[in-house]
Design a protein around this ligand. Structure first.
Ligand SMILES: [Zn+2]
Ligand SMILES: [Zn+2]
Length: 177
């Protein structure tokens, strides 16, 4: 399926992640029915009656008009204001149990790949190691418990996978229900 969606540097495949889906719904911002609709988070003090098309996300019009953000800026430390702006206001967010946030590497925001389980994560040992370190930091000191949690990803806890837009290394954080 080739789809002519706008390109999102920090969320290159929003169809795979489920943040954008095929739909006949019209966009709450431009009113057009583009065949695609955004399904994940948007934070705004204004009431928004409906959802947005990918184009109103990409050009920033949805975020401007409703003075909102698709993603909280939490975690986006050490990136330029332009990157911060692009991730929070011109990039589709994603579905997560906790408030979604972006990981940073090489002073740039990572590209969101998607929610993954242990098998996919195991292909990226560096991301797996990072998750192990996070779990230990969260007070999980029993190694067998750490491994048990990791191998049972998908069961009360999942991992959000990113890829560094600069060096290509994979990064992940754990999302728990
Ligand atoms: Zn629109
Ligand atoms: Zn990097």
């Amino acid at each position: 399926m080739s789809v002519d969606l706008p390109f999102f540097r920090y969320h290159p495949d929003p169809l795979a992640s489920g943040s954008i889906r095929a739909s006949a719904e019209s966009c709450a911002c431009c009113g057009r029915s583009t065949g695609w609709i955004y399904t994940a988070t948007f934070y705004s003090a204004h009431e928004v009656s409906g959802r947005f098309c990918p184009w109103c996300i990409a050009d920033g019009s949805a975020a401007d008009r409703f003075e909102g953000e698709f993603t909280d800026s939490y975690g986006l430390d050490g990136v330029s204001d332009d990157v911060l702006h692009e991730v929070t206001r011109r990039t589709p967010g994603f579905h997560a149990w906790q408030d979604p946030h972006w990981l940073v590497h090489c002073h740039d925001a990572g590209a969101f790949v998607g929610e993954v389980g242990y098998t996919e994560l195991a292909e990226h040992p560096e991301a797996l190691d990072q998750l192990r370190a996070d779990l230990r930091m969260d007070g999980c000191h029993d190694e067998s418990q750490v491994e048990r949690l990791l191998t049972h990803l998908g069961d009360g806890m999942t991992a959000m996978l990113f890829r560094c837009t600069d060096c290509g290394v994979h990064l992940a954080y754990a999302d728990a229900s």
